[in-house]
Design a protein around this ligand. Structure first.
Ligand code: ZN
Ligand code: ZN
Length: 379
């Protein structure tokens, strides 16, 4: 496993973004703190009102605009080793005007198509726009998704390490998930374990017991786990290099599942396994969704599978490609995403099985292990 983010990032990513921008006719890509900026140059900047922005014009050298007081933080990050031109601005400078001047100089003319990050704050996007009269704003998503969707082998290993870390948390679930404890109590223990098992941050802890399991994005509540409950546990965190884990298992606590649950859970497990097995280059994202959905629908439970089959994962927990009907994107080796069908009986009970997988030249690599059947805990 690479020992630092420095091994993951190179100036090639910025140059690749420039090439895609040129191909798409975008004059300049402007990215502010967030995963796009971290992906391209390794700078994990915190978002605030002062402008930090990586500007990548379609010709000429990219530049990183930063408040002067934060310039040392760039040097201390992997971005410091990339040879990026740094434009440090002082407290009374107009940072947007400086950015606009530099970009215009590089292009030899004022840009007309300015692409900003999808999660760039509105005040920054509008500040850039105002400083470049005559330009039109658009999202940089087509540029960034093209690059971020296909992981390098080093990135895949980061995701594999994150997956192994979250698997270790699931393997310890019997220590915490017990009859008589609240979801919140269980969730606090899980959060501590996510950190103890190799993450630097907890992204989410979903403990959906009994009827709460029927709400896919339920987080935690004061509900007390009852004997015989099905409990959906969907957890994930961030590793030191910024890559994410995300894995769901469904448990039965202090009892055995009833016959109806056993029947539809078998359908769910078969659908998840079949969708994973369908992953290979050339298959489209929506075809993977259809494999899971068709099986669940054929068994009569289709109306209870109320979300897409999966989402890409990398420096964000949810990113392209989305595994959903209508997305005819062909999969390529290096694409990493979740396969997570669920069946939810509103107000009663639910279950989901989620693994992170990577499309490979040969087919698929699954980054989560651990039993996918209903795991019975003693309670
Ligand atoms: Zn999840
Ligand atoms: Zn997920």
């Amino acid at each position: 496993m690479p020992d630092s983010a420095g091994a993951l990032v190179s100036i090639d990513r910025v140059h690749a973004a420039r090439a895609v921008a040129a191909e798409l006719g975008v004059d300049v890509v402007v990215l502010t703190p967030g995963s796009d900026l971290r992906y391209l140059c390794g700078y994990d900047a915190h978002a605030m009102e002062r402008l930090t922005a990586l500007a990548v014009p379609r010709s000429g050298e990219p530049l990183l605009v930063v408040p002067r007081l934060e310039a040392p933080m760039v040097d201390a990050s992997p971005a410091g080793a990339l040879g990026l031109e740094l434009l440090a601005w002082d407290e009374t400078d107009d940072a947007f005007a400086l950015l606009a001047r530099e970009v215009t100089a590089r292009l030899g003319t004022a840009p007309t198509r300015v692409a900003v990050g999808a999660r760039t704050w509105a005040e920054h996007a509008l500040g850039v726009h105002r400083a470049l009269p005559g330009s039109a704003l658009e999202l940089a998503t087509p540029v960034l998704d093209r690059l971020r969707m296909v992981k390098t082998p080093a990135e895949v290993e980061e995701l594999a390490a994150a997956g192994a870390a979250i698997d270790r948390v699931h393997a310890r679930m019997g220590e915490w998930l017990r009859v008589g404890r609240t979801e919140a109590e269980v969730g606090a223990d899980i959060a501590a374990a996510i950190l103890a098992e190799g993450h630097v941050g907890v992204d989410f802890t979903i403990v959906g017991s009994g009827p709460n399991g029927a709400s896919p994005h339920h987080e935690l509540s004061d509900r007390v786990v009852q004997a015989g409950d099905l409990v959906v546990v969907d957890i994930g965190g961030e590793t030191a290099t910024g890559y994410r884990s995300d894995c769901t298992r469904t448990y039965v606590v202090g009892g055995e599942p009833g016959a109806e649950v056993t029947e539809w859970y078998a359908v769910l497990q078969d659908a998840q396994e079949a969708a994973v097995a369908a992953v290979r280059p050339g298959v489209t994202a929506e075809q993977v969704d259809a494999v899971a959905r068709d099986r669940i629908t054929a068994a009569g439970w289709g109306e209870h599978f109320i979300h897409r089959t999966g989402h890409g994962i990398g420096l964000d927990t949810h990113e392209a490609p989305y595994i959903v009907a209508g997305n005819d994107l062909p999969l390529e080796a290096g694409m990493a995403f979740s396969v997570e069908p669920g069946i939810y009986l509103a107000g009663r009970v639910g279950a989901r099985i989620e693994d992170i997988v990577v499309c490979t030249d040969e087919g698929v690599r699954v980054l989560n292990q651990g039993p996918r059947g209903l795991v019975v805990l003693p309670g």
